[in-house]
Design a protein around this ligand. Structure first.
Ligand code: FEO
Length: 176
């Protein structure tokens, strides 16, 4: 594998771990507010990011390439500045913006694998391209619903109940 792709995948591993860390911070925030449905959704989201990172780690190992584990930044999530009533919406907007950023990074990695005619990397990145459609859709739907709720507490609890139903992804599920 060319160094440029290897470096890009190593950066993506770090960023998937960073995403897991960010979602853990959001999980802790929601749990502290007794919004356990949001907390549950974030907990599973963090687990999913770890699975994404491991998929990339395994790919490098399978290709005989070097796994370089970079430092993971603190997500520095400070929600105190936000208006209390609108905080869940603002937090979910951060999550959505993060997914949109990751989509751009995945697209760049896919373009890189095309540039270097690396077919296995293209197949891997196609999986991530499709996954990012799901990731943006899931976060975007919650943002839309919170926007419709417009700070209404009853609506917030309805959304929280719906998010509590998010199913865990089985460990051996290839679509995770
Ligand atoms: Fe690893 Fe949420 O994308």
């Amino acid at each position: 594998m060319v160094k440029e792709i290897q470096d890009g995948i190593n950066r993506q591993i770090r960023d998937e771990f960073f995403a897991a860390y960010s979602y853990l911070g959001m999980m802790a925030y929601f749990e502290s507010k007794s919004l356990s449905g949001f907390g549950h959704w974030m907990r599973l989201q963090a687990q999913e990011e770890l699975a994404h990172a491991m998929r990339l780690v395994d790919f490098l190992i399978d290709r005989g390439s070097e796994v370089e584990l970079d430092a993971i930044e603190s997500p520095r999530l400070d929600f105190k500045e936000m208006e209390e009533k609108l905080r869940p919406l603002e937090v979910m907007k951060i999550a959505l913006a993060h997914e949109q950023k990751v989509t751009g990074m995945i697209n760049d990695l896919y373009a890189l694998s095309v540039k270097h005619n690396d077919y296995p990397a293209q197949v891997l990145m196609q999986w991530f391209v499709a996954e990012q459609v799901e990731e943006e859709k899931a976060a975007g739907e919650i943002v839309d619903q919170l926007q419709l709720a417009d700070g209404d507490v009853s609506a917030l609890f309805v959304i929280d109940g719906r998010l509590s139903e998010r199913a865990e992804v089985p460990e051996d599920d290839e679509s995770a």
